[in-house]
Write a protein that binds this ligand. Structure first.
Ligand SMILES: Cc1cc2nc3c(=O)[nH]c(=O)nc-3n(C[C@H](O)[C@H](O)[C@H](O)COP(=O)(O)OP(=O)(O)OC[C@H]3O[C@@H](n4cnc5c(N)ncnc54)[C@H](O)[C@@H]3O)c2cc1C
Length: 337
C-alpha cells in the first residue's frame, strides 16, 4: 500500500526547468513537491563516474545570454558553483570562427552538481523532492489533479507542472484520459526532438584536443568531443565525452552497444597520442536529447482544466538556458494567477 502526498503544486521532472520553477515557487511560500523517475535529480544535467574519473554525458556547458537567466548564473559563479570554461569552440581545424565571445559555463564537480545544489536549496527552503518516483498515471477531476507512480504512491495537487520531454508528457496525460483541447494537443504533437548517442572513454595516455580541450562540429557525424580532465571536473583520470550528431544518432540508435562504442572510439582515435589506449568505454542513449521543433512560448497553460503548465527546453528556447527560462516563466505565471 503506497503513501498519499498532498501539495499545492506538483512538479514532475527535476531537470533544470522543474528545479528553477520549484526554487521560485518555494521562495514565494508555495507548498511544492517535485518528483523524478530517476534516482538522482538533474535530468539531462548528467554526470557519472568512469574508472577513477568523472564525465558530463548530457549538457556540457550552459550559456547565459538572457538577462533573466544571467542573474542566476552570476550568483552561481559568485558562489563558486560554476566557472567560465570558454567563449566558444574550435572545429578541430585551423578555424577559430566558433569562438563568438559568449561565455560558456561549466559546473565544478560536473553539470549534475548544479542540479544537486538547487535541489538541496529547495529542500532547505521547505520544498520536497522525491526521486525514484516515475509518474505513470495522471487524472483530473473537479477538485484538481490526481496522479500515481509505479510504486503505487498517490499524489494530489491543485496545480500540476509537467517538464519531461513532450512525448512523455503526452503519454502521462493520455494514460488518465486528461481532455486536452484539440489545438493544445496539436501544439504538443508538433514538437520534435533529436536523439544523441554518447560514448564515454577512460583513456590511458595523451589526448590532443584543441583549446580548451573540446571541439564542436555542428553537422558532422560526431558533433562534440571533450576532455573532462582539461575541463577541470576529472582530476583523477582522463575521460573523454563523445557525442554523435543527430543524423548519425538516429541511424545507429538501435545498434548494439559494442558497435556504437567502436564507431565513436574510432572517431576519437585521431585526437589520441599514438601510444594512448582506451581502458573503459560506456554508452548513453538519449532519445530526447535536443528539441528540433519548439513551441514559441516558454510554456503551455491548458485551458478549461485545473491549473496545468507544460514546459521544458522545447518551449521558448532550447538548451539549459531555454529550459531554465521556461521554469522561471511557469513560476511567474503561477504567482500571477
Ligand atoms: C547529449 C546532450 C548534450 C547536451 N549539451 C548541451 C550543452 O552543452 N549546453 C546546453 O545548454 N544544453 C545541452 N543539452 C540540452 C540540455 O541538457 C537540456 O536542454 C536541458 O537540460 C533540459 O532540461 P529540462 O528540465 O527541460 O528537461 P530534463 O533535464 O530532461 O528533465 C526532465 C526530467 O523529467 C523526468 N521524468 C521524465 N518522465 C518522468 C515521469 N514519468 N515521472 C517522473 N519524472 C519523469 C526525467 O527523469 C528528467 O529528470 C544537451 C542535452 C544532451 C542530451
Amino acid at each position: 500500500m503506497g503513501a498519499t502526498y498532498n501539495s499545492e503544486i506538483l512538479i514532475v521532472g527535476a531537470g533544470i526547468c522543474g528545479l528553477m520553477a520549484a526554487t521560485e515557487l518555494v521562495a514565494a511560500g508555495y507548498q511544492v513537491l517535485v518528483v523524478d523517475k530517476e534516482q538522482t535529480v538533474g535530468g539531462r544535467l548528467a554526470t557519472r563516474g568512469i574508472g577513477p574519473g568523472l564525465a558530463d554525458y548530457g549538457a556540457q556547458f550552459l550559456t547565459a545570454r538572457d538577462r533573466r537567466f544571467a542573474r542566476h548564473v552570476a550568483a552561481w559563479q559568485d558562489a563558486g558553483l560554476i566557472f567560465q570554461w570558454s567563449t566558444g569552440w574550435s572545429d578541430g581545424g585551423m578555424l577559430r570562427s566558433l569562438f563568438d565571445g559568449h561565455p560558456r559555463y561549466a559546473t565544478r564537480g560536473g553539470m549534475n552538481a548544479l542540479a544537486k545544489r538547487l535541489a538541496a536549496e529547495i529542500e532547505t527552503a521547505g520544498g520536497a523532492i522525491h526521486t525514484g518516483a516515475r509518474l505513470a498515471l495522471v487524472r483530473v477531476d473537479e477538485r484538481g489533479w490526481r496522479a500515481s507512480d509505479d510504486e503505487g504512491n498517490r499524489y494530489i495537487a491543485e496545480t500540476l507542472v509537467l517538464t519531461p520531454p513532450v512525448p512523455q508528457v503526452l503519454a502521462m496525460l493520455d494514460s488518465g484520459g486528461v481532455p486536452l483541447a484539440r489545438d493544445e494537443r496539436g501544439v504538443l504533437q508538433y514538437i520534435r526532438y533529436a536523439p544523441c548517442l554518447c560514448g564515454l572513454f577512460w583513456i590511458d595516455g595523451g589526448v590532443n584536443l584543441p583549446e580548451p580541450g573540446a571541439l564542436q562540429r555542428r553537422e558532422a557525424d560526431v558533433g562534440w568531443i571533450a576532455d573532462n580532465q582539461r575541463k577541470g571536473i576529472s582530476p583523477e583520470a582522463t575521460v573523454v565525452t563523445v557525442h554523435a550528431g543527430p543524423a548519425w544518432s538516429r541511424a545507429h540508435y538501435d545498434d548494439d552497444d559494442g558497435r556504437v562504442l567502436s564507431l565513436l572510439g574510432a572517431a576519437l582515435r585521431p585526437w589520441l597520442a599514438s601510444n594512448a589506449t582506451i581502458r573503459e568505454a560506456q554508452i548513453q542513449r538519449w532519445r530526447y536529447a535536443l528539441p528540433t521543433i519548439l513551441h514559441s512560448e516558454p510554456f503551455l497553460c491548458a485551458q478549461g482544466l485545473p491549473p496545468l503548465y507544460i514546459g521544458g527546453d522545447a518551449f521558448g528556447g532550447p538548451r539549459v538556458e531555454g529550459a531554465a527560462l521556461s521554469g522561471l516563466a511557469i513560476a511567474a505565471a503561477i504567482k500571477a494567477r
